[in-house]
Design a protein around this ligand. Sequence first.
Ligand SMILES: *Cc1c(COP(=O)(O)O)cnc(C)c1O
Length: 366
Amino acid sequence: MRVPLVNLKAQYKSIKHEIDEAIASCIENSRFIGGKPISDFEQNFAKLCNAKYCVGVGSGTAALHLALKAYDIGKGDEVIIPTHTFIATAEAVSSLGAKFVAVDIDEKTYNISIDEIKKAITSKTKAIIPVHLYGQPADMAAISELAKEKGLIVIEDACQAHCAEYKGKKLPYGETACYSFFPGKNLGAYGDAGAVVTNNEEIASKIIMLRDHGRKPGNKYESTIEGFNHRMDTIQAAILNAKLKHIEKWTEMRRKNAETYNQLLKGSGVIVPYEAPRGKHVYHLYVVRVKNRDALQRHLKENEIETGIHYPFAIHQQPAYKRLGYKLSAFPITEKITPEVLSLPMFAELTKEQIGFVVEKIKEFY
Ligand SMILES: *Cc1c(COP(=O)(O)O)cnc(C)c1O
């Protein structure tokens, strides 16, 4: 039985008619930049997040970059991020000439550690980027309280956490969160796309200009500020709009699959994901921790089961950031889990039989 890590085709087949119609309608209108699909998606996604504004942009990376820029973060500023995250969290900071300060994570939730944030704050610290890693919300109440006390900005990296909740409420917990609609994300486009969701009107208007060459809407030839081309693609917005109707259902399917894995893996010695009672995990990834990880991964591959490693390098171990001179043994929790993490197949349409087969092959290996 072949079990892929993600299966984008299965989802397409389940809503083929809606997607085909959304794309055809864009081509029929032949308006490929801006337009109604963008504003519709922005309204609908803001509503889903219980937030005031959503600004569609070109990717999750662009969302983080523009959000930081809108809060005036740049040279001389320090931004605290977790060591265990996708490289884009760090890139958004370093690309603005600011310095990211990576800190260790919590061993149970894999989210950024509050104690480590406290230790890393200096007079130059301007912001914290908690990452809702794998789909599990970081401890936002504690982070927000600390940020308030120290006068710091909080920008949530929610690129893996569409529809996740913290204490019964949808994210963002604070003012601003960034989302990615990379095809494999819980809400995925058919190419690159992203969004900044915020309750701050000034930040929203600034990002609307920044994403479009610094122009105010409708002002084709005048750029008010220095900007970029980080617009969301119109066809992608139309696809995302069609998919939005299903996202809550798909989230529940992911959670059910995680529960099935948890049940079947009991007694196997594999460390299953811990869901902190403070939030609702949306299982962008179902990450277990195992002994002999690389050999297990090979065994699963021989049985046509595809797995992933998120992430094989912590931020401080990335060759791209060698110049920062991080010690390679500075983050004990991250370094402990990095050789152990394994992402098992996870997507809404995954069947019980497929999960059963994956677990059977894991048990067989040990
Ligand atoms: C995917 C991801 C991003 C970047 O999103 P892109 O749309 O690929 O640019 C940023 N942060 C995290 C945690 C992600 O998973």
